[in-house]
Design a protein around this ligand. Structure first.
Ligand code: GLN
Length: 193
């Protein structure tokens, strides 16, 4: 299975390692045309505003087409990019997930934390699951077609709509491959199992 990891900036290497451990062939995507070669894409954490700048209009449009039709998994800044509505500040989103998301929503004290979250019953696996949050965004609104996969406290922190999946935490930084495995399942059969 050929999986791309968007490699414009941010922590793409940890995703590459995890996906390779799980048996995927990984392509580091730096040019829009590379999207034609892959079956699924991971958009890593980083700085979503910088991603938008580096993508430019052409890259953004091409990525939008991809994310709306092919399996795409965004973590943290990647989750922000996939959203339909972005706050703090407002910025463009690819619209693959019908969610409103607020950047840097947890304030300075909580810049970075490791918490115990839960998978929603019947999705992805047994709880708890370690979640690493780094200047994390918060999902503030969820559209009717969006399924919550995992929560931390009251907050939805992993969601899916069709073939688009997002986590506001960084599963690539924990020693637990279940979230990436769920994405690879989504690529191979359209479901998380
Ligand atoms: N704070 C970043 C943003 O708003 C996301 C942080 C991350 O990806 N770790 O884009």
């Amino acid at each position: 299975m050929k999986i791309g990891v968007l490699a414009l900036q941010g922590d793409f290497d940890a995703h590459r390692n995890r996906l390779e451990e799980l048996g995927a062939e990984v392509v580091l995507v730096k040019k829009p045309q590379q999207l034609d070669e892959i079956e699924g894409l991971v958009i890593p954490g980083g700085e979503s505003g910088t991603f938008l700048k580096l993508l430019g209009e052409t890259g953004f449009e091409k990525l939008k087409q991809f994310a709306r039709t092919k399996p795409t998994f965004g973590t943290c800044a990647g989750a922000i990019l996939l959203a339909s509505e972005v706050e703090n500040p407002k910025q463009a989103g690819l619209g693959a997930l019908d969610i409103r998301i607020r950047r840097n929503a947890y304030g300075r004290q909580l810049d970075s934390s490791i918490l115990e979250g839960r998978f929603v019953e019947g999705k992805l696996g047994e709880s708890p699951i370690e979640m690493v949050f780094i200047r994390a965004p918060k999902i503030e609104r969820i559209g009717p077609g969006v399924e919550v996969l995992a929560t931390e406290g009251e907050d939805p922190v992993a969601v899916r709509q069709g073939r688009a999946m997002a986590a506001t935490f960084h599963p690539e930084l924990s020693d637990d491959s279940r979230v990436h495995r769920a994405f690879l399942d989504l690529v191979s059969n359209g479901h998380n199992k």
